[in-house]
Design a protein around this ligand. Structure first.
Ligand code: PSU
Ligand code: MN
Length: 303
């Protein structure tokens, strides 16, 4: 038996078959500093409610898989120290041993699917790290997209990664990458990259139909929706490129590896942009939450 606890609002939404959007918790514990992490998590949940869906923030607390957090649980998680970062490899062990941990994209997809939730909003997915030909550091998020049937709305992959290699791997794994409303892939803090979008869709209903067609055809895995950050909130690539290079150089000099790499780089970019990266990050997550809610609503209507 899997020890799952649903929040009151998620339990109610499940009872009536109302649309639900999953949210990850690593972005709260490892992706943003306190108190902006908790403030953002609350805003994102409110955005989803305002759009007509129910938010389900996912985390493991004392051995319980929580699908939907009560406000007090969200507050506590946002301030907790030394919370584990859980991906596919660690999720079951954490639950089995009564641990507490935040779920990455991969672990949130697994948990959402267990709870019957088909749509998930986040900031950016993990991907192929620069220098992966040496380090072999490729996020488990990519394989999860290839095997778990959840549509993930993100603003692309973070520009700290090797973007061309990340999208090559997604193509190899057979993951549909759908860019919302433009012909080029977005690059997280920047609305546009120089890479063509593999697929483009302009309506949430089309994204929902494509999700259902994959299921009908017995195609395993989910979809990645890349949703550009609103232009008013973006940081142009030219501003960001030297900052990313500096952060990457520091990570190498300090021999930061494995799970520590992403949180370290995000923290340094926050410092080096004097918080501008965080402002952009908050705007893009909220934008993704709104689109995810529309997709979840479209999926419910067409059932
Ligand atoms: N994007 C953000 N902040 C984050 C992450 C992504 O803006 O904190 C997290 C997500 O949980 C993602 C994880 O799944 O980083 C990827 O980590 P890794 O590269 O170690 O797989
Ligand atoms: Mn990694």
């Amino acid at each position: 038996m899997i020890p799952i606890t649903f929040s009151a609002e998620v339990a109610a939404a499940r009872d009536t078959g109302a649309p639900i959007v999953a949210l990850e918790s690593t972005i709260i514990t490892h992706g943003m500093p306190f108190p902006q992490n908790v403030e953002t998590a609350r805003l994102v949940e409110a955005d989803i409610r305002a759009a007509g869906a129910t938010p389900a923030t996912i985390a493991v607390i004392a051995g319980q898989l929580h699908v939907g957090l009560e406000a007090s649980e969200l507050d506590a998680l946002g301030q907790a120290q030394d919370v584990a970062k859980l991906s596919r490899a660690d999720l079951a062990a954490c639950i089995a041993t009564g641990g507490t941990g935040a779920t990455t994209v991969a672990a949130t997809m697994i948990s959402a699917h267990l709870a019957g939730i088909a749509v998930f909003a986040t900031g950016g997915i993990g991907g192929v790290h620069r220098g992966a030909e040496q380090s072999f550091d490729i996020s488990a998020d990519l394989r999860e997209l290839a095997q778990t049937p959840v549509t993930v709305v993100a603003a692309g992959a973070k520009a700290i990664l090797d973007l061309p290699k990340t999208f090559e791997v997604l193509e190899t794994l057979g993951v549909p990458v759908i860019t919302y409303g433009q012909d080029v892939l977005p690059a997280f803090w920047s609305a546009k990259s120089d890479m063509a979008a593999p697929l483009r869709m302009d309506h949430a209903t089309d994204i929902a139909k494509a999700h259902q067609m994959r299921a009908a055809m017995g195609l395993k895995g989910g979809q990645l929706v890349t949703n550009p950050i609103p232009v008013a909130d973006e940081i142009p690539m030219a501003t960001l490129a030297p900052i990313i290079d500096q952060a990457l150089g520091e990570a190498e000099a300090q021999e930061i590896t494995a799970k520590e790499v992403t949180p370290f780089l995000l923290g340094r970019i926050f410092d080096l942009t004097e918080g501008r990266s965080l402002k952009a990050n908050i705007a893009l997550v909220r934008n993704n939450a709104r689109l995810a809610a529309q997709i979840a609503i479209a999926l419910c209507k067409s059932l």
